[in-house]
Each structure stands twice: as C-alpha cells, then as structure tokens.
Design a protein around this ligand. Sequence first.
Ligand code: ADP
Ligand code: F6P
Length: 320
Amino acid sequence: MRRIGVLTSGGDSPGMNAAIRAVVRCGIETGMEVYGISRGYEGLIDGEIRQMGFRDVSDILHRGGTVIKSARSERFKTEEGQIKAMNMLETFGIEGLVVIGGDGSLTGGLELSQRGIKVMGLPGTIDNDLGYTDFTIGFDTAVSTVLDAITKLRDTSSAHERTTVIEVMGRNCGDIALFAGLAGGAQAIFVPEVEEDINEVCKKIVISANDGKQHSIVIRAEGYRMSSQEIVDAIARMTGRETKLVVLSYLQRGGSPTMHDRMLATRTAAKAVELLAEDSTSKAIGIVDNTIVAYDLEEALQQKRVLDMDMYNLIGVLGK
Ligand code: ADP
Ligand code: F6P
C-alpha cells in the first residue's frame, strides 16, 4: 500500500493528536505517503485532504483536540455522501484509511470498507462505549478531569455541608461516571445501564450525614433517565440538605492526554499502519488486558459494552 489517509470524527478526545502523529510517522517510516483528511467525513466528501510530513505532527503529542479537526457529518450517512467520499479517496489515490473516532465513526468506516477500501478503526472517544476494547483513547484523561473536579468540589461541599450532584458525559455509557465515582469516592452514581432507587440514595445521604459525613458527591451520567435537575430537586427535598448541581460538560473533552491515553493512541496507531502495510482486511484496533488487539471491524462493532456491576456495587459499599 502506497498511500493512506487519516481522519478524526465525532466528539474529539484527548489523545487523538498522539494517534495522528503515530499514523503519520509510522506510515512515512514504512514508505507510505500519509494524507490528513480535515473535519472527518465532511472533509472527506469535500476533498479537504493534504499530504502530511514528519514535521507536520511535531509538538502535538501532548495536546488535546485534533489538529485535523473533527466533525459530525449528516451527509456521510446517506448513500450519496458515501459514494462522494469513495470517489474522493479514488481521486487522491488513497488505498487505506485510518478512522479515529467512536462507535458512529467506526460504523461509518465499516460502510466505506464494504465499498472496497481498507479501514483501520481506532477507538477515539471519551465515552469508553465500545464493547471490543477495554479502553478508548481519551477516556482516562476525561476521568482524570472529573476526578480533579471532584477533589475541588469536595472541599467546598464539606465547608458548607452540602450535597453536590456532578453531571458527566458519556452519552449512553456510564463508564465515566463509574470510574470517576469509584476513584473519587462518590456516594452514588446514576448511569443509563442501571435503574437507581432515588429514595435509597437519599436515605443513605441522611444516614451518613448524621454519622458525621461532611460532604456528599453524587454523579449522574448525562444519559440517565432522570435529568440532573430532577435529581438535585429530589435530593434537596428528601434529605433537607442544600444540594448543588455542577455540569462538567466540554471540560471533559479537553486537556493534555494522560500517559495512558498517549500510549493507547500511539500503540493502536502503530498497529493500524502495520496492518495496512500488510494489506490486511479492515480491523477495529483496541486494547484487551494491556495487549493491543485487532478484530474484524464488523464483528468488533457488534460487541456491546456491558457495565462492570462489581465496580458499580463497590461504590455502594464504600460510599457511605
Ligand atoms: P462517535 O464517532 O463519537 O460515536 P457519532 O455517533 O456522532 O460520533 O458519529 C460521528 C459521525 O460518523 C457521524 O456524524 C456520521 O458522519 C458517521 N456515522 C455515524 N453513524 C453512522 C452510520 N450508521 N453510517 C454511516 N456513518 C455514520
Ligand atoms: O461522544 C463524545 C461526547 O462528548 C458525548 O459524551 C456527548 O454526549 C457528545 O459527545 C456531545 O456531542 P457534541 O460535541 O455534538 O455536543
């Protein structure tokens, strides 16, 4: 394979730049020409494509965001859009494509793969919502950001003996709430995968407050069926404690990637280039038990993520 492309798509995530850097540099080292495609599938359809050199990816390893920009593309979801995208790949002579993005982006990659181009999918999303990999690129950094917020919110929560409800991202996946909740000592978490009993949560908050607990941190993943405000109002009413809401929102998507995200990005990207050089069939690349894995793209996307109930239950045991 002589010429490959790389794009980032969907919500950006810390570590995408590290992945782009490794694709470009490993590709060049393998004797390929590497083309950066701007704005995900939108840019592919519009031909926003340019060759990238070794120095074009200098000084980006440690930066959040993505130097080639990311986008969501409604046009690409149509057959017409996908045909235009394929035509553009042909125009530029691109024979293999590295797609860095979440579930939707990799599903888009599968569509292209079924139209005849080799696609390597890298799990680039803070959500950790892909079933085939233990971790996605950006998740570790996002959870670290949430932990930093929890540490600060604990201080003020203790000072005023308040309950703080923190809303985190994750669309339909509760992993950010789960990991931040366990590592940050939350009293309860509300995640889309589990129906939580608000009465029990409130009872627990009252009992622990009467037992001398100063602060109370509750985390709600954005996809939970009750809104954050409904949870805040219910806790305030049922516990009699002042309850505040903090929505972390896009703060979770930015920042310098952690060591784990840089390593995951770099190792999966290197694997993607290696597979393209071998002219392998399309794959989804990830990490399982700290080993880089590459599965058939279609089969990988069929694996649904399951919430770790042991971790979930541990929050209940420890957060009293
Ligand atoms: P993420 O990749 O982070 O999950 P999205 O679900 O928004 O984010 O998907 C990003 C983009 O991937 C979409 O805007 C669209 O261009 C493309 N995409 C998503 N789902 C599909 C699909 N079923 N078929 C083709 N393209 C898709
Ligand atoms: O998929 C990443 C993510 O940050 C989700 O956690 C969140 O629901 C969504 O993207 C927000 O998307 P947008 O950037 O379009 O507002």
